[in-house]
Design a protein around this ligand. Sequence first.
Ligand code: HAM
Length: 428
Amino acid sequence: MDYQLPKGTFDILPAFEKEPWQRSAVWQFLEEVLRNTAQDFGFREIRTPIYERSELFQRSVGETSDIVTKEMFTFLDRGGRSLSLRPEGTASVIRAFLEHNLSQKAHVHKFFYCGPMFRYERPQSGRYRQFHQFGVEAIGAKDPAQDAEVIDLLCEIYRRLGLPKIIVQLNSVGDAESRQNFREALQNHLRPHFSVLSPESQLRFEKNPLRILDSKDPKDIELLAHAPSIQNFLSPASREHFDAVCRYLTQNDITYELNDKIVRGLDYYTNTVFEVTSSALGAQNAIGAGGRFDGLISSLGGPNLPAVGFALGMERALQTLLASQAVIPEETGPLLYLLPLGEEARSACFRVATACRRQKISAEVDFYSKKIQTGLQQAIRLKATLCAVVGSEELLKKTAQIKHLENHTQEEVPFEEISTYCKRFLSV
Ligand code: HAM
């Protein structure tokens, strides 16, 4: 075959035996749970373009972040403007929020979004170049209860999906003052060992030392074991905020673990940060992550508004779900499969199908099978409930033999009564 999927992408198909998480039915199930849960928490949908001006991501995600330096799909349009496929959703939501002047319309805006994101990463299981995120952003929300609510929403999603073993890891990266103090302490701790740091961490040492805490290099991890903790450098305001978030979580029975190594790979975070992991996934085990970003809106030229949110990786959520043997609904077939034998029967079946569909009964006509056996096999493959066979004899009587594919019984039903007959099975 000349044309194949670009590296790091995948198709979602109606039936995919090898990779069940790539079946469209499981995506539809996931999307429905995500939307319903977010709406139950008062979040409303926002849709933004999949590409934006590159500068938006440079200024929000961060000039020194891996995403901006190595992972963006950036191109010039025919007018010479630099555009990038969105690597994440937060920047676009804030851009839209500012562009439509929404801060004038309410104190707090709670948005959710769902769609493809793009990062030029080394593809591996759980990591793709086009992947899907479901995210929420609560803009204008300063109260620590909002941080806890957003974490609660993420947990509620996993609960409704039936994902048992998830762990919320929580930290605070403090405000600018806390980070400045911690940055110096961390540099002081690592400086004597600079030469043994991984090359990547050496690069980060001056520009973005906090990101060294994220390193997966064994030598770095060893050096970090006795590094100072950001938890001990929080300013009084950040300490108070974080303690309140923890209190709200405890009060609502949301279990979490403190992990002072979580700093996140995007530059816009302030105070609360969190990651949700699952033991069912391998190395790429963050199935959702987020935090507070109180400085982002003003840094993009907007008012000084706080905000907090998260994004969940939809591929990873589905993979975790399937790995933990959760029950996922199977694709449903048509209620009625019409199997005409011959040309005249075909046109009669087509008419019956149209009448059924007008009454919201799912019906499919077999325009192709020449033999009853082939048609029945197809009806079974499609998981139809009923199969209406119309041969020359039935055509004369204007009836169909309706076979119940589950219990193998059969009834003869006149054409004009078929839709009423089918309705009895609608709620089954
Ligand atoms: P993020 O940690 O970069 O945060 O991504 C969130 C989630 O997206 C990850 O936990 C992971 O499940 C999934 N993800 C990221 N990259 C990939 C990939 N290459 N392949 C598959 N899944 C991936 C953000 O994007 C922030 N915008 C989250 C946020 C919203 N913070 C505040 N509001």
